[in-house]
Each structure stands twice: as C-alpha cells, then as structure tokens.
Design a protein around this ligand. Structure first.
Ligand SMILES: NC(=O)c1ccc[n+]([C@@H]2O[C@H](COP(=O)([O-])OP(=O)(O)OC[C@H]3O[C@@H](n4cnc5c(N)ncnc54)[C@H](OP(=O)(O)O)[C@@H]3O)[C@@H](O)[C@H]2O)c1
Length: 299
C-alpha cells in the first residue's frame, strides 16, 4: 500500500455499524492506493509497478502489504497525484453515481447538497461543474466561514451558504431566481435534510448517503403528498457489490474519474498526510469537527 485515507465509513466499520462487515480479525480501511510488487504466473491484467485500488469495500487498506486475487484490484494511472489516487475510489465514485443514477440531469439543471465541504461534497461540486450543472452547497456555520466559502467556490461551487444563511430572506430571494434543484444530496440528516427538501423542485429526488449529524431524516408530510418528492438512499458499497459480476461499469466510471483528475477538474480533498506509524494521531484528528481536512495514512 502507498496511501490510504481515514473516512467516516471506515470508523463506522470498526464500530460494527457499516453496510458490510468483514469477518474478524480484520484490517481496517476501505479506500487507498497500492503498487503491484509481484504477480502470479496466471495474472493477465496487472504488472509490476501498476498502481491499484481495491475493487470492493472491506479490503483493509490500513496496512503496508497485501496478497490478493487479481480480481480484487483495479488499475489506475500511476501519473495521478498520490492523494487523488488514494481518495478516488469511494467518495468521488459516490458523487459520480449519485449525479448520474437517480434523475436525468442536463446542463443548466440545479443540484443542492449539504455537507458540501466533505470529501463527497467536494467531488459533487467538481463533477457537477464538469457536467455543466449549477450547484447549491450548504455547510455548517463555523469560525472563518468566508474562507471555506471561497475555497468551495474556487472549486466550482456556484452558490455556497451556511445552514443559517439558507434560512435568511435575502438568500431565499437569490434561490427563487434559480431553477429549483431536481436533485438533493443529503450527507447530514436531521433539520439540515429538511431544509434541502424545502428547496427541492416538485417531483425532485433526495438521495441520502450519510448521517453525519446522527439525527434521523425528517420529512414533512407535504413534501411527499403535495410535492411528490422521492426519498431514496445510496451506498457505493452496495453499488460495487451489485456490479461485481461485471467489473466494466466500475472500470468505466474510474476511467472517467481519473481523466477528470488528470485534467485538474477533480482534485483530492484537502488532506493531511500522516506517516503510518502515527495512525493514532490521525484517528484522533479524523474525529474532530470543522477539520476540513482528510487524514491520509502514508505507508
Ligand atoms: N453511502 C455511501 O455510499 C457513502 C460513500 C462515501 C461516504 N459516505 C458518507 O458520507 C459522509 C461524508 O463522508 P466523507 O468521507 O466525504 O466525509 P469527510 O470528508 O470526513 O467530511 C465529514 C463531513 O461531515 C460533516 N460533519 C461532521 N460532523 C457533523 C455533524 N455533527 N453535523 C453535521 N455535519 C457534520 C463535516 O462538516 P464540518 O466541516 O462542519 O465538521 C464534513 O462536511 C459520511 O457519513 C460517510 O459515511 C457514504
């Protein structure tokens, strides 16, 4: 292994609360990039020196070495920046799927999301921009809010508001002038998800993929009855397993994501590179709020 991030889902897996659980004893970490050091005589798709990602969740990427079947790995271009390669397989993949699989979106259409500064959120901003979509991005209030707003706008976010700003009359006026979002992506749950629903177009879809506030998703009855809003969930792990019989869908998506990354249209989230031996400090830092930085273990 070369590098592997610490994602909230990895912590959930350690807590026994993830969508899939590996048999114990297990190595933590679901995402990361490795380099092939040796291949068996029947291996045809990989060679020495190739950079590879796990093809499924539960690989156990927080380690220095692994021996695994060829099918457990997918090749990525070794010209990618290390941090992009280490963080492309889960969060950008989720952003890509949610922007493509739930509703037909055309250039000029609007999407709204909360948790917009999360790694998934940053990928949503960049992929949406590359598709010509308008993004409305909601983040939590914090000290030095304007710095984060500027950063997300520089990344391609068209509108960035804090949760408090979203309820302000002047911001409502700004939003009224836009096409209403057809798709909402919910990373947070609780009241934040309810606010997304208030802004969604009639017949729109809200996809829940995270529950960072640890609060249930609250859905006003009128959203369902009057506005015919569809409420669905997404798991990239389920998606990968569902498509595992035929690796081509994942390969196609990865090719597109890598090409966006190589052209500079999809950058890695802000990362703190931590030597693997300091994993305890990295785990502690990953649990802190308002970090806006992904901890990446560098092997
Ligand atoms: N379903 C799937 O397929 C899938 C795939 C990938 C990720 N996920 C989920 O998506 C979420 C984000 O993952 P990530 O790796 O992108 O995260 P990340 O980069 O570590 O960022 C965490 C995000 O959560 C926010 N947050 C933390 N505590 C919060 C709280 N109490 N209330 C509201 N927001 C809070 C942070 O905002 P602040 O800066 O304000 O703290 C930040 O935006 C996680 O729940 C993860 O499990 C799901």
């Amino acid at each position: 292994m070369l590098a592997a991030p610490i994602n909230p889902g990895d912590i959930n897996m350690v807590q026994g609360k993830y969508v899939v659980q590996p048999p114990l004893p297990a190595v933590g970490g679901n995402e990361g990039v490795g380099q092939v050091e040796e291949v068996g005589s029947k291996v045809t798709t990989l060679k020495l020196g190739d950079w590879v990602l796990p093809s499924d969740s539960g690989f156990g990427t927080w380690r220095t070495r692994a021996v695994c079947p060829e099918a457990a790995l997918l090749r990525v271009p070794s010209e990618l920046p290390l941090l992009s390669a280490a963080t492309i397989g889960m969060n950008p993949a989720s952003a890509y799927r949610m922007l493509h699989d739930f509703t037909m979106l055309s250039p000029g259409d609007t999407v709204i999301q909360n948790g917009a500064n999360s790694a998934v959120g940053q990928a949503v901003i960049q992929i949406a921009a590359s598709l010509g979509l308008v993004s409305i991005n909601i983040i939590r209030d914090r000290p030095e809010l304007s710095k984060l707003v500027a950063k997300l706008k520089a990344m391609g976010g068209d509108f960035v508001f804090s949760e408090v700003e979203l309820r302000r009359p002047d911001v409502r006026e700004v939003l009224k002038k836009l096409c209403k979002p057809r798709l909402a992506l919910n990373c947070v749950g609780g009241k934040s998800a309810t606010e997304l629903l208030r802004n969604l177009e009639r017949h729109g879809t809200m996809v829940t993929y995270g529950g960072m506030s640890m609060q249930p998703v609250i859905i006003p009855t009128s959203a369902l009855i009057f506005n015919d809003i569809k409420i669905v969930g997404f798991s990239v792990t389920r998606w990968k397993r569902h498509h595992s019989h035929d690796g081509s869908a994942y390969k196609r998506m990865l090719t597109e994501l890598c090409s966006l990354a190589r052209s500079g249209k999809l950058t890695a989230p802000a990362c703190a590179e931590v030597p693997f031996r300091d994993f305890r400090a990295a785990l502690e830092a990953a649990a802190k709020p308002f970090a806006s930085e992904k901890q990446v273990l560098v092997m």
